[in-house]
Design a protein around this ligand. Structure first.
Ligand code: ADP
Ligand code: MG
Length: 363
C-alpha cells in the first residue's frame, strides 16, 4: 500500500500563558512511501517522529494537510478503520492475558459481518505467532517472557489483522544491544516476507541506516533530507544531516575558501574550485583521512586506538569544532603514527564544505 503525506502539519498549542509559543511538531511534510517499502523516520528526540506516526495511525488529527493510503484519503478516517498495525517501545501487552490472548485481542472486537469464529481467530493468531517465531510460547504470560519475546508478541499482535500499513515507534529501545540487533534483523525479515509497507521510527542513525530502504532525516518538525541510506550518508544536504549520520561522527572544522582552495588553519587542504570565498564549515568523514608524511593537513597527535583491522587515530586541531578528531585508517599505519603531530592527505569525496550561516552544503 502506497502512503502519501500531503502538506501534512501538526501544531500543538502552547500550554503556558507566559510563553505563548506553539510547537510545530510536523511542518508541511510532503513525501510518498512506495508500496512494500520500509522507511525509517530518523531524528533526535522531540523532532516530531511520534507525532508523524500518530497522524498516520489516526490517533491524532493533523492541523492541516492530508494522508492517503493508496488512492484513499484517510485523513478523517478513525484509527480503528485505517487498517494499521502499531508497535510501541514499551510493548504495551496485557499482563493478565496469555501470549495467545494478547495476539487475538484485536480480533475479538470485530463486529457484525467482520466477526470471526473462535477457530478462525486461533488460526490467525498462530499464523502471526509463527511469523515472529513465538508459536511455542502461546500459553505464557508476558512476565514469563524476555524483552525480545515480549516485543515479538507485540509485533504479532500488530500483524494479526493483516494491516495495510505497519507503524513501529522506537520498537527496539527497551532491548539490550544484542537483542536489538537480532530483533532489528527479524523485523526486516518479516517486512520482506509480508511485503507490508512499514514506517520505522528511531533516533538511532545506525539502526535507521541498516534497516531502511529510504530514510527521512528530521529535525524540529522539518524534513531535512530523504534518500537511500548510502545516498544520505555520502551526499548530505546540510551540516545537520552530515553530523547526525555516521559513527564515529564526521569531523567538523572552522575553515575558509580562498582562490579555489579550502583552508583549515594556515594549510590549504583541498582544491574546491569555483565556490564563494569566505569563512565556511568543513567536515571530513573519519574514513576520509590517509596517513601521509607529506600530507597537506597537520594535526596534533593525541593517541592511537587499536580496533583490529583498523586503527583510530585520535588527534586535535585548533580549528576543530569537536574536542578530538577521529581518523579511521588501516592497521598497517600503526608503526608510522607516532610523535607530536600526524599529517594526513584527504580523500576528496569524504570532504564537505557548508555555509557558515545556515549549514547549507557548498561542496
Ligand atoms: P519525537 O517522537 O521525535 O521524540 P514528538 O513527536 O513526540 O517527537 O514531539 C515533537 C514535539 O511536539 C516536541 O517538541 C514535543 O514536546 C511536542 N509535543 C508532543 N506531543 C505534544 C502534546 N500532546 N502537546 C504539546 N506538545 C507536544
Ligand atoms: Mg517519540
Amino acid at each position: 500500500m502506497k502512503v502519501t503525506l500531503q502538506n501534512l502539519t501538526k501544531i500543538y498549542p502552547s500550554r503556558n500563558k507566559k510563553q505563548p509559543k506553539e510547537v510545530v511538531a510536523v511542518s508541511n511534510f510532503n513525501f510518498e512511501i512506495a508500496d512494500g517499502q520500509l522507511i525509517g523516520l530518523l531524528g533526535p528526540s522531540g523532532c516530531g517522529k511520534s507525532t508523524t506516526l500518530n497522524l498516520l495511525s489516526g490517533l491524532q488529527k493533523p492541523t492541516s494537510g492530508k494522508i492517503f493510503f493508496g488512492d484513499d484519503d484517510v485523513t478523517d478516517l478513525p484509527a480503528e478503520n485505517r487498517g494499521v498495525g502499531l508497535v510501541f517501545q514499551n510493548y504495551a501487552l496485557y499482563p493478565h492475558l496469555t501470549v495467545k490472548q494478547n495476539i487475538t485481542f484485536p480480533l475479538e472486537n470485530l463486529k457484525g459481518k467482520d466477526k470471526l469464529s473462535k477457530e478462525k481467530m486461533a488460526e490467525m493468531a498462530l499464523e502471526a505467532a509463527r511469523l515472529v517465531q513465538i508459536d511455542e510460547l502461546m500459553d505464557r504470560k508476558p512476565a514469563e517472557l524476555s524483552g525480545g519475546q515480549q516485543q515479538r508478541v507485540a509485533i504479532a499482535r500488530a500483524l494479526v489483522k493483516n494491516p495495510r500499513i505497519l507503524l513501529l515507534d522506537e520498537p527496539l529501545s527497551n532491548l539490550d544491544a544484542r537483542l536489538r540487533l537480532q530483533t532489528r534483523e527479524e523485523i526486516r525479515r518479516i517486512q520482506r516476507s509480508t511485503g507490508i509497507t512499514t514506517i520505522f521510527v528511531t533516533h538511532d542513525q545506525e539502526e535507521a541506516m541498516s534497516i531502511s530502504d529510504l530514510i527521512v532525516v528530521m529535525k524540529e518538525g522539518v524534513v531535512h533530507q530523504i534518500g537511500k541510506p548510502q545516498e544520505v550518508y555520502d551526499e548530505p544536504a546540510n551540516l545537520f544531516v552530515a553530523k547526525f549520520l555516521g559513527t564515529p561522527p564526521i569531523n567538523v572544522f572552522n575553515a575558509a575558501v580562498k582562490e579555489g582552495k579550502l583552508f583549515i588553519g594556515e594549510e590549504a587542504v583541498l582544491n574546491v574550485g569555483n565556490i564563494a570565498e569566505g569563512e565556511v564549515v568543513a567536515a571530513i568523514r573519519p574514513e576520509g583521512f590517509v596517513v601521509d608524511k607529506n600530507g597537506v593537513f597537520t594535526c596534533d597527535l593525541e593517541r592511537v586506538e587499536v580496533m583490529g583491522r583498523d586503527i583510530s587515530v585520535v588527534a586535535t586541531h585548533k580549528e576543530s569544532q569537536n574536542e578530538v578528531i577521529r581518523a579511521i585508517v588501516g592497521s598497517e599505519n600503526l608503526a608510522s603514527v607516532n610523535g607530536a603531530t600526524v599529517r594526513f592527505s584527504l580523500k576528496r569525496n569524504k570532504v564537505y564544505v557548508f555555509k557558515k550561516e545556515n549549514g547549507e552544503r557548498l561542496f
